[in-house]
Design a protein around this ligand. Structure first.
Ligand code: FMN
Length: 260
């Protein structure tokens, strides 16, 4: 049976420093070239405010669910994707990782999205700039990555033409033991900070106090979004040790992997 459905493509992405969001945009554009598509819509799930609205999807929708890999897992953000509800909605899983490995993240993300009513039909692990290093994942996705993303999107075409959606098999443990965020020392330069509160409003887990601008370490997930977005460069994370270890052990560039 040929499928005449035209899809709305949603990029449902948690992406504190925009690397995963960038990869999801490239994928959505390539899907648009291969699959009948009405529109591409962004659903940024990065802040608690953005995750407050509920969204329901039908079988005419296609959702790209994207997260960065943290410690080989989906970031430890309570209720991430709980506000999305699929109804036999096809879903493509995407993880962005900084050239070490994605470990259990794809399997875990599949488990989450399946629970939310989606059929996870395919998955892709893209290399993106590492939050803790200027070297690892720098310039990724690059031209070669774009070619791999285009090949992946093209390989999905027959599934949409025949309307045959089957669950993708993925490596990794879908329910790994949670890893608590490490304590990474952080600094706020009070002379540079002009209390614009952008960091407070943008923190994915509401960890920054609106008056003192102190970070609540028990909530912080070390995503570094506050340092990344600060217009005055008032925030810094002390990641030298992590950076040195990563660059020593994982500098060989990895390639995109995808699963159908
Ligand atoms: C707390 C934390 C843990 C991370 N753990 C991993 C990891 O296990 N493997 C890896 O390859 N990259 C790891 N990274 C790098 C991120 O996956 C990568 O920088 C990603 O692009 C960040 O996504 P974003 O730009 O969408 O926020 C980690 C980054 C952070 C902040």
């Amino acid at each position: 049976m040929y499928n005449y459905t035209s899809y709305n493509i949603y990029k449902a992405v948690f992406s504190p420093t925009y690397g995963t969001a960038h990869a999801a945009t490239l994928l959505a554009e390539q899907l648009d070239l291969n699959i009948p598509c009405e529109k591409i819509k962004k659903l940024d799930l990065t802040t608690p405010q953005a995750r407050a609205g509920r969204h329901f999807f039908s079988s005419n929708d296609l959702v790209i669910a994207g997260v960065p890999v943290y410690g080989g897992q989906v970031p430890p953000v309570e209720g991430l994707f709980d506000n999305l509800r699929g109804n036999q909605t096809p879903c493509i899983l995407l993880v962005g990782y900084g050239n070490r490995h994605y470990d259990d993240a794809l399997a875990q993300l599949k488990q989450i999205m399946t629970r939310q009513g989606f059929i996870c039909i395919a998955a892709i692990a893209c290399i993106t700039p590492h939050t803790f290093s200027e070297e690892l994942g720098a310039g990724r996705p690059n031209v070669e990555d774009l070619r791999a993303i285009a090949t992946f999107a093209n390989a999905l075409k027959p599934k949409f033409e025949s309307y045959k959606f089957e669950e993708v098999e993925l490596p990794g443990n879908p329910t790994p033991a949670p890893k608590p965020a490490k304590e990474i020392p952080k600094e706020l330069n009070k002379e540079l900070c002009n209390s614009c509160n952008l960091c407070v409003a943008s923190c994915p887990v509401g960890a920054i106090d609106g008056k003192t601008h102190e970070i609540d370490q028990s909530k912080c997930i070390n995503c570094m979004r506050c340092a990344y977005i600060c217009p005055s460069k008032a925030r810094s994370f002390h990641v030298e040790q992590a950076k040195a270890w990563l660059e020593e052990n994982f500098s060989e560039p990895r390639q995109i992997e995808w699963f159908l």
